[in-house]
Design a protein around this ligand. Structure first.
Ligand SMILES: Cc1cc2nc3c(=O)[nH]c(=O)nc-3n(C[C@H](O)[C@H](O)[C@H](O)COP(=O)(O)OP(=O)(O)OC[C@H]3O[C@@H](n4cnc5c(N)ncnc54)[C@H](O)[C@@H]3O)c2cc1C
Length: 389
């Protein structure tokens, strides 16, 4: 059989595909022949990726702002806390894509192709990517663009979506506290899920402000827009003429009890959101993608075989599933749980728990500070599903 066209094909040039491409060309594997395919290789100004990190963060030079204080609000009560262990960072997708694509373009062993991928197949010796006009083979394909059939055909019990609309606003006056991220300022008037405002202030005159909902029903855009306008008025006394909307960000992130599907086909490894790397109870994905990419490179160097997407330990899959059940079936109770969680634990502790970096004892400490009965009900309700995911 002839040699494959490439060592590796990266199918999908979004966050995970570009993170992998970047790490590969900066590793011992930089001479490997790589093809990266995406339907568009034009940098998109459509996302701000935020994450907490201890120590020196990934893509440090591309970070546009970092914060050491977090605020969480419940009606009239506002909790403000410094971060001791972690720092909260944000990266703009447009900057990330521009910089990484340029480096890949200038690298002698990387080819870039703008085309729509129609299929990905694999067998024990090679993997094949097909577009409508071309076909390419590789030792391995890393894919973040096609949802695996097992996930398409599965019916999650708690099909929640994190959906949000954000405005980047600029004001003439100093309005925002640029030292503090508002992680969640809950909307007590929302029903049918839970909803909150999320604010990333860039300067006293500029902030990204998002209205975010965890529910199984999307809303029409005017709904989020009205909520944002009301919040800007109530919180900062701003009327529409007092601010300029310089960018809009709309997003949907799956928060579901999905199955673990590490491969799309033999030799085709799933990555990113389609690889199940979104944490079901929060929607955060950035750091989990970086960890998978690091593992892939490490294992390719060590034994020539790529790492599969990380699967959360059983107990974290259980916590996520219980919380999904409570948010989905009893959103008002979920709000109370969030309030207890944030009132009785430091944000550092919560971030560590959500990073799945706690000992069992620490987990119990964090969980013991919220009411038990909703969790007992959730354990009973989810008992079958827990062993399917
Ligand atoms: C608006 C928004 C904001 C987010 N913010 C955060 C955040 O702050 N923190 C966080 O942790 N997570 C965040 N997420 C979740 C997650 O980190 C992002 O969705 C992230 O981009 C996922 O990376 P990915 O590589 O899996 O997918 P993507 O970045 O979406 O990349 C997939 C790529 O595949 C390409 N593609 C798709 N189909 C085809 C095809 N048939 N042929 C060729 N190419 C194709 C697409 O063009 C795209 O470039 C956010 C998500 C959204 C939608």
């Amino acid at each position: 059989m002839s040699k494959p066209d490439y060592d590796y094909i990266i199918a999908g040039g979004g966050l995970s595909g570009l993170s992998l491409g970047y790490r590969l060309i900066h590793s011992e594997l930089s001479a490997k022949k790589i093809l990266l395919v995406d339907q568009t290789l034009e940098p998109k100004n459509d996302k701000i990726w935020s994450f907490w990190h201890e120590g020196s963060p990934p893509f440090q030079d591309l970070i546009y702002k970092s914060w050491k204080q977090i605020k969480v609000g419940f009606g009239d009560q506002m909790i403000l806390q410094p971060l001791e262990r972690y720092t909260y960072h944000s990266i703009k997708s447009s900057v990330f894509e521009k910089v990484v694509l340029k480096q890949l373009q200038n690298h002698s062993s990387v080819d870039l192709l703008e085309d729509t991928i129609v299929s990905l197949e694999g067998d024990e010796s090679r993997a094949t990517l097909k577009t409508s006009t071309n076909s390419f083979t590789a030792d391995y394909i890393f894919q973040s663009c096609l949802t695996p059939a097992e996930i398409e055909q599965d019916s999650p019990c708690y099909p929640l979506i994190q959906h949000f609309l954000g405005w980047e606003v600029e004001t003439a006056d100093n309005v925002f506290d640029s030292s503090t991220v508002t992680l969640m300022d809950f909307d007590p008037n929302f029903s049918g899920g839970i909803a909150f405002i999320y604010i990333l202030p860039q300067s006293p005159q500029k902030a990204m402000i998002e209205y975010t909902i965890f529910s199984d029903q999307l809303k029409q855009k005017p709904f989020y827009e009205e909520k944002l306008a009301i919040y800007l008025h109530n919180k900062y006394n701003l009327r529409p003429l007092d601010y300029k909307i310089t960018r809009t960000e709309y997003g949907k992130i799956p928060m579901q009890d999905h199955r673990y599907v590490p491969r799309y086909a033999p030799r085709v490894i799933n990555m990113g959101t389609v690889g199940g790397l979104t944490k079901p109870s929060t929607g955060y994905t950035f750091s989990r993608i970086q960890r998978h990419v690091e593992d892939i490179i490490h294992q390719l160097i060590a034994n020539g075989k790529p790492a599969l997407p990380h699967r959360s330990p059983f107990r974290y899959r259980a916590y996520d599933l219980w919380l999904l059940q409570i948010i989905h079936d009893h959103p008002a109770t979920a709000m109370q749980i969030f309030e207890q969680l944030f009132s009785n634990n430091s944000i550092d502790e919560i971030f560590r728990f959500l990073s799945e970096d706690h000992s069992l004892l620490q987990d119990f400490k964090t969980m013991s500070r919220v009411a038990y009965p909703p969790f007992f009900r959730a354990i009973w309700k989810t008992r079958k599903r827990l062993f399917e995911i």
